[in-house]
Design a protein. Sequence first.
Length: 388
Amino acid sequence: MKVKAVALLSGGLDSSLAIRLMLDQGIEVEAVHFVSIFNATAPEKPSLLRPLRVARQLGVPLKPIRFTAVQLAILRDPAHGFGSHMNPCIDCHMAMLRLAAERLRETGAQFIVTGEVLGQRPMSQRSFVLHQIAKETGLGGLLLRPLSAKLLPPTIPEERGWVDRDQLLDIHGRSRVRQFELARRYGITEHGSPAGGCLLTDPGFSARLRDYFEHLGGAEPDLNDIHLLKYGRHFRLGPATRLVIGRVHRENITIYTFSRPTDLLLTTRDAPGPTALLRCGGGPGGTGVPPVTHRPEACATKERSGGTGVPPVGDTGQRPVPPAGCPTSEELLTAAALTARYSKLRSAPSVAIGVRPGRKGPEGQTRIIEVAPAHDSAADAVRIGPCP
């Protein structure tokens, strides 16, 4: 009987090695990859690019599974809580395994394989958590973790002789020396960095996402909004008003790309400067997400010159209508002052800021606002999260 497994493939090294260990034992493997808006890939590279390359190098078929909607539902109220930031790792992993179990039944495979390493991640890869995940997903002994299998109780594939336990590994902890040695031995060159591949573990993105949920009220999350959270500096100007300011040219293009006709775009008239997007939407209301913690003292005058590329342009199909009276005249002036602060004219006594509708908005409606650039303290007071 040909034994088949469904393996979770993130595109990282651990999941790649877990699959290779199965292939070495003659197991037929289908890889599944969960496609999410929170995948931490370079914006100019589709999130599936690396997993496709890894799967091709390993010689296994790859099944993409859409995961964004599942994650957004989890983020509202994760049963097992968050990690250090906005990362509900246990709940996300359980959801992935339940979807993988559906694929198991569809394909007639016998068990599921993951690249988890005992003790590598403090929230989701402790011994009792691994046991809890197997139990709560209903997979039990059908869940095999080849990289740490010798440190865990035998699973059904091992007990039934489908997999030779002696050929599995006993890797433990955060060191990746053994994984890199195995990668060299196997010639595995297509894999991600060890830093992790989920934006929900990033402190800056998490602060912006937490603020977004905190002010979302009862509305559904919008993918356009969430994409914008990945770029620029973010400021909360009012309960329903936020500002995004580009840091480099390519971010300016990205911000314009994601703008809507109901947004306002702000740019400097007389000197190079950022593109800023002023958006109204949502409103005060609880979502079960912890409130954002501002740390203005950590942000004084820090700059970053690094940039990102331009993502594929997508249209969510949603066109939220801004609340009446939003933005207020005060919020618009604050947005203009912040735009001036991050321009080449930040030291000037007055800066002319052009204000126009977002992409596909009415043409010929640019107006000019003269403002003094905002002081650092004013910027820090409304900044969302740590300095980008």
